[in-house]
Design a protein around this ligand. Structure first.
Ligand SMILES: NC(=O)c1ccc[n+]([C@@H]2O[C@H](COP(=O)([O-])OP(=O)(O)OC[C@H]3O[C@@H](n4cnc5c(N)ncnc54)[C@H](O)[C@@H]3O)[C@@H](O)[C@H]2O)c1
Length: 256
């Protein structure tokens, strides 16, 4: 139950929206924010994943709502925020929805290029733009964007479109952070290395994952709950002086 967790009341009055929150890192992040007291909204394009995510949260005693929407569609994002107005607005947004394709650059079809940019980057743009007015009005907000080690270097398992999108998210993070700093809103990015999720498992074999893990200074894959702890810190009061940052969490795979 929520009361058993360290810092369980820390985010008590906050409403947190996690895009792509139905599974993987997004679900771990929603659980992490919820266990610290936030009311969580699980967004996903897949209704079954939304239902499963909400159930996983309520099973932990977390107040959870579902929001089925495709973050690449302006009307669906606006509709989602209109529905969320009854919760008093969203205080914390985690732009986590993302897709990855491993296609070599020379073979990337234009529609695949657009799709990868659309979900990772355009979705972050649309959701952030929809979330900011109420944060600015309240004078408090936290936005955390899911980039990747790929955003600072080159993706190990994704194609050029994925690396491009994750790098662009870092630029977007800095630009928006700069604009809303006076409004009490922080905007940061997290840059995970290789984490054990469906995205990873559907892209590389267990043998490849093992080989990557062995090559990291900390010889293992990341756990989604570890990203969740970092995001929860960025969402907290204690992180009020961190903005425009891109925080690495990669077992030492990239040290910059
Ligand atoms: N797994 C890794 O190693 C890793 C590393 C670095 C960054 N990331 C990033 O972390 C985020 C989460 O990754 P994951 O590994 O948990 O992936 P995942 O594929 O397991 O989960 C992504 C979720 O996003 C949802 N989604 C996809 N398109 C959507 C859309 N248009 N609208 C709403 N939801 C949508 C999916 O249905 C899915 O539930 C992604 O942005 C990913 O790029 C992952």
């Amino acid at each position: 139950m929520t009361g058993d967790h360290v810092g369980a009341s820390e985010l008590r009055s906050r409403v947190a929206l996690v895009t792509g929150g139905g599974r993987g890192m997004g679900l771990a992040i929603a659980l992490g924010l919820g266990k610290r007291g936030a009311t969580v909204v699980i967004n996903d394009i897949d209704p079954d994943l939304v239902a499963a995510g909400v159930n996983a949260c309520t099973a932990e005693g977390i107040a959870a709502h579902g929001a089925v929407a495709d973050v690449t569609h302006n009307e669906q994002v606006d509709g989602m925020f209109a529905d969320l107005a009854e919760l008093g607005g969203v205080d914390i947004v985690v732009n986590n929805a993302g897709i990855l394709r491993p296609t070599p650059f020379i073979e990337i079809p234009e529609n695949e290029w657009r799709a990868v940019l659309d979900v990772n980057l355009h979705g972050t743009f649309l959701v952030t733009q929809a979330a900011l007015p109420s944060m600015i009005e309240k004078g408090w907000g936290r936005i955390v964007n899911m980039s990747s080690t790929a955003g600072k270097n080159v993706s190990t398992i994704g194609g050029a479109h994925y690396t491009t999108a994750k790098a662009a998210i870092l630029g977007l993070t800095r630009a928006v952070a700069n604009e809303v700093a006076d409004d009490g809103v922080t905007v940061n990015a997290v840059c995970p290395g290789l984490f054990d999720t469906d995205m990873m498992r559907s892209t590389i074999s267990p043998e490849q994952a093992k080989a990557y893990a062995a090559s990291f200074p900390i010889h293992r894959l990341g756990k989604p709950s570890e990203v969740a702890d970092l995001v929860a810190f960025l969402a907290s009061e204690q992180a009020a002086y961190i903005t425009g940052a891109a925080l690495d969490i990669n077992g030492g795979d990239l040290m910059v």
